[in-house]
Design a protein around this ligand. Structure first.
Ligand code: UTP
Length: 289
């Protein structure tokens, strides 16, 4: 079955980026010339997704506005000869069918994913975390979708991280199948060094089957009193096949300042407009450090 629906949980409080995120959603912070969430939607669309549900909260309405038309602005741009810019502004709103649902209380990522139940219905769907950005030749979500279709199962996107870093992620117990594809056998959230299954960490991309909803609705709050998606995934992989794809590409966590700055520099260096200038600027700066 083709995967055409995606869910972007974006209802977190963004406390690691305060005070910037007090009134501006972290997903709306500009990465070079576009907000973070646009990169995620572009990845989803490039992976064949048509319908996208963004899980928001009461302080995130800037996202709905961003993906809407803005006729007054477009008319002004056209009348001042900036047709190309008017087209850019309009095309943002036409990238995909975007829907919204609110998570009324911040009860964790698992709880946020549950808000998507009615939107998803009875088919496999993708999940892309609202602050994880990927730079890759082949869209990372597409790498997961291909594995889901070939091996018929849910999928988590993983990469190896250091011994120190694994305690910030979900660690996955896995068995190699072929190439970059593994079978996921168990997961645990933010393990200590002794508790970790491996150094493979789940990094912001998933393909899930609708069985996850029943599981999450019966999952007790875990770490931090929140309903953890990882706890649900640990159960899902026991009742049906789950793959882990060691995806090709670089992942940036734009929800913390260092990750956000790394992404800003790397994406800016790729930009035809400012890339050559930035390369020069960094070289000159480095000479004087
Ligand atoms: P994070 O762990 O990054 O949490 O959530 P956060 O609240 O957004 O940020 P900090 O830690 O306070 O700085 C991972 C993903 O899950 C979403 C977030 O929006 C992010 O995409 N999330 C988290 C929800 O949608 N709802 C929640 O209740 C928690």
């Amino acid at each position: 079955m083709k995967i055409k629906k995606a869910v972007i949980p974006a209802a977190g409080l963004g406390t690691r980026m305060l005070p910037a995120t007090k009134t501006v959603p972290k997903e709306m912070l500009p990465l070079v010339d576009k907000p973070v969430i646009q990169y995620i939607i572009e990845e989803a669309v490039a992976s064949g997704i048509e319908d996208i549900l963004i899980v928001t909260n009461r302080s995130k309405s800037a996202m709905d506005d961003y993906f809407d038309y803005y006729p007054e602005l477009e008319t002004r741009l056209i009348s001042s000869g900036k047709e190309e810019l008017a087209h850019v502004v309009r095309s943002v709103a036409d990238m995909a069918n975007i829907f919204y649902v609110r998570q009324k209380e911040t009860q964790g990522l698992g709880h946020a994913v549950c808000r998507a139940r009615r939107f998803v219905g009875d088919e496999p769907f993708a999940v892309l975390l609202g602050d994880d950005i990927m730079m890759s030749e082949k869209p990372v979500l597409l790498q997961l979708i291909e594995a889901a279709e070939k091996y018929s199962g849910s999928v988590v996107g993983v990469q190896q991280v250091s011994d120190k870093a694994i305690s910030s992620y979900s660690s996955v117990k896995m068995r190699h199948i072929e190439g970059r594809v593994y079978e996921a056998l168990d997961l645990n959230e933010k393990p200590t060094f002794q508790e970790k299954f491996s150094n493979f960490a789940v990094l912001g991309r998933y393909v899930l089957t609708p069985e996850i909803f029943d599981i999450l609705e019966h999952t007790a709050p875990g770490r931090n009193g929140e309903i953890q998606l990882t706890d649900g995934l640990a159960q899902l992989c026991k009742i049906s096949r789950m793959l882990a794809v060691d995806f090709e590409g670089r992942r940036y966590d734009t929800g913390n300042m260092k990750g956000f700055l790394e992404a800003t520099v790397d994406f800016a260096l790729q930009s035809p407009e400012v890339g050559p200038w930035l390369r020069d600027f960094i070289k000159r700066k480095a000479e004087n450090l």
